[in-house]
Design a binder for this molecule. Structure first.
Ligand code: MG
Ligand code: MG
Length: 271
């Protein structure tokens, strides 16, 4: 059952989402060759707590850390470890925060130094597919409209769309209805309702869409060991239109990147 949120509840989700956004912005400066994902995890945990929030993933379903850290062929749910990142890696960082009883949950895939051109392209297309999907999260549309848009855009680029893992509703629980697959059929699935909040999160593979899981019971990786990217935003349906509650702007500020990609999804009253 979809649980629509009041404006006040949406503001609380925005607050948690923004803590995640700032955490990712802080990490953007630290992601470089030589640092381990475990070191980054500890920095993130401290940062989240310093902002009066609880790391959203820590202990959830018994997950051992604050960040899901998924390098290269890992799709999602990678566990931080002490292996240093090296030039040419990509690292998907998924982060959650819980404050005032509401969750934020969003993710970004970083390049570690210079990466192979085909990998850089995968990152750009996956991020673009996120916005292609968000654009369809509007009054009158259904879950399948978002999934269809992401799938079409992604497969037109020759990439694999992961089926087994999906986006989700977001609120007092990290994972609420509806499931938000990155594939689907136009006009199918649950109808969007005013005030609902979702996490939209394409997981896109350079090669096959097929995945496998490591014996740790968590880590998902591509079946062909080719790279995978993951980008996630939290979005509310307000006045029939998608409004971003999370932002990559702290990341871009840290990295000196100019971007207007989020402008069309910002509330006029919100900077
Ligand atoms: Mg996430
Ligand atoms: Mg999520």
């Amino acid at each position: 059952m979809i649980i629509p949120k009041t404006r006040e509840q949406i503001e609380l989700i925005r607050e948690s989402a923004q803590i995640v956004s700032k955490t990712l912005g802080m990490l953007a400066k630290e992601v470089k060759p030589g640092i381990s994902t475990l070191q980054l995890d500890k920095m993130a945990e401290e940062f989240i707590r310093d902002h009066g929030a609880h790391p959203g993933f820590l202990g959830m379903y018994d997950f051992p850390n604050s960040l899901c850290m998924s390098p290269n062929a890992q799709v999602v749910h990678g566990i931080p470890n002490d292996k240093p990142l090296v030039e040419g890696d990509i690292i998907s960082i998924d982060c959650g925060a819980l404050k005032n009883g509401f969750y934020g949950d969003h993710a970004y895939t970083f390049a570690v130094g210079e990466v192979a051109p085909e990998t850089q392209k995968l990152l750009e297309v996956t991020k673009e597919s996120l916005y292609v999907g968000i654009r369809e999260f509007k009054a009158g549309n259904r879950v399948g409209d978002v999934g269809y848009a992401i799938q079409k855009f992604t497969e037109d680029h020759g990439y694999g769309v992961v089926r087994e893992l999906v986006g989700h509703g977001l609120g007092a629980k990290m994972h609420e209805d509806p499931e938000m697959p990155n594939y689907g059929r136009k006009g199918r699935g649950k109808k969007f309702v005013e005030g609902m909040v979702v996490a939209i999160e394409p997981m896109t593979n350079l090669g096959t869409r097929r995945i496998k899981q490591l014996p740790d019971g968590w880590t998902i990786l591509t079946a062909d060991n080719k790279p995978s990217a993951h980008f996630e935003h939290d979005v509310a349906l307000i006045d029939g239109k998608p409004e971003l509650l999370s932002t990559f702007s702290y990341i871009y500020e840290a990295l000196g990147i100019e971007s207007n990609e989020e402008d069309e999804f910002r509330a006029k009253t919100y900077d």
